[in-house]
Design a protein around this ligand. Structure first.
Ligand SMILES: NC(=O)c1ccc[n+]([C@@H]2O[C@H](COP(=O)([O-])OP(=O)(O)OC[C@H]3O[C@@H](n4cnc5c(N)ncnc54)[C@H](OP(=O)(O)O)[C@@H]3O)[C@@H](O)[C@H]2O)c1
Length: 253
């Protein structure tokens, strides 16, 4: 159950080694998050994150190994998380992979894997947790989308297409869940300095992970259904979406 301030006391992170998800969990640790399950592929990274969050005061931090592309395993995963936590107040879905959109090197199976990692797998996981939360009668599902999906660019069109699909899925699911007590929260960051973007030149409006975490926690307090980070990107992309294709195509990198 959320605490009296409306903050979650139990949470699951899908993509438990994500820098952005961990930044959010650090903030929630200081807001009395008491039990957490970190789900991901890299057990060493999950254990390291679990130790850090335990040291920050989260009483119980469990780790589970699972690939987000294993759609057939998500219902059992949601059940296991419920068993560990009692009830699931919050799920953060952060699994994602930037990959490449370099045409000369692009293979059909890379495209399929990217769409699975960034869209199909997360959508399947979200569905399993939405079903669990509907039965509970409450819960919040925070999903890391991206501005890359708002208007897809040639420079990262494979990733962007996956995020566009995930974002659209979450908008529709959020509407379908209206009145159920379950809320879907879509987070649309721009360029964030994390291990995903290490070595890339920062785009305009680049921020650090802590700025994203702050915006997500503030969004949870306010009940916002969509969180842009930084907030100015909402206006910037409202304008960019209207650019003619010929102009959009020529914008730098
Ligand atoms: N950083 C940015 O600029 C930015 C901007 C907009 C949106 N986002 C989105 O925000 C989310 C978090 O990104 P981040 O910046 O925190 O990057 P990150 O630290 O690289 O986190 C991404 C996480 O996804 C996990 N992952 C990848 N493929 C997976 C799979 N098949 N199964 C399970 N987990 C998988 C990775 O785990 P492994 O260690 O197992 O690979 C990693 O822990 C992502 O969805 C990303 O697309 C990021």
């Amino acid at each position: 159950m959320n605490d009296v301030t409306g903050m979650p006391q139990t949470a699951v992170v899908i993509g438990g080694g994500s820098d952005l998800a961990l930044a959010v969990m650090r903030r929630l640790a200081s807001r009395r998050l008491r039990a957490l399950v970190l789900v991901g592929r890299d057990i060493a990274r999950l254990d390291q994150a679990a130790k850090e969050l335990s040291d920050l005061g989260v009483k119980s931090v469990a780790t589970l190994v699972s690939d987000v592309c294993d759609a057939g395993g998500h219902e059992a995963l949601a059940h296991d998380c419920e068993q560990l936590l009692g009830s699931v107040d919050l799920v953060v879905v952060a699994a994602g992979s930037l990959g490449s959109a370099e045409l000369d090197a692009l293979r059909a199976e890379d495209v399929a894997r990217s769409i699975e990692t960034n869209f199909a797998g997360p959508a399947a996981a979200i569905t399993a947790f939405a079903t669990l939360m509907r039965a509970q009668g409450y819960g919040r599902i925070v999903v890391f989308s991206s501005v890359a999906g708002v208007r897809v660019r040639a420079a990262n069109f494979v990733y962007g297409a996956g995020k566009a699909g995930l974002d659209a899925f979450c908008q529709g699911l959020g509407d379908a869940l209206a009145g159920s007590g379950v809320q879907v929260v879509i987070v649309r960051p721009g360029f964030v300095r994390t291990k995903m973007t290490a070595g890339l030149s920062p785009a305009p409006f680049a921020v650090d992970g802590d700025a994203v975490a702050e915006a997500v926690v503030r969004g949870l307090e306010r009940g916002s259904p969509v969180i842009w980070v930084p907030a100015a990107l909402r206006v910037v992309f409202a304008a960019l979406r209207l650019l003619p294709q010929a102009v959009w195509r020529r914008l730098p990198g």
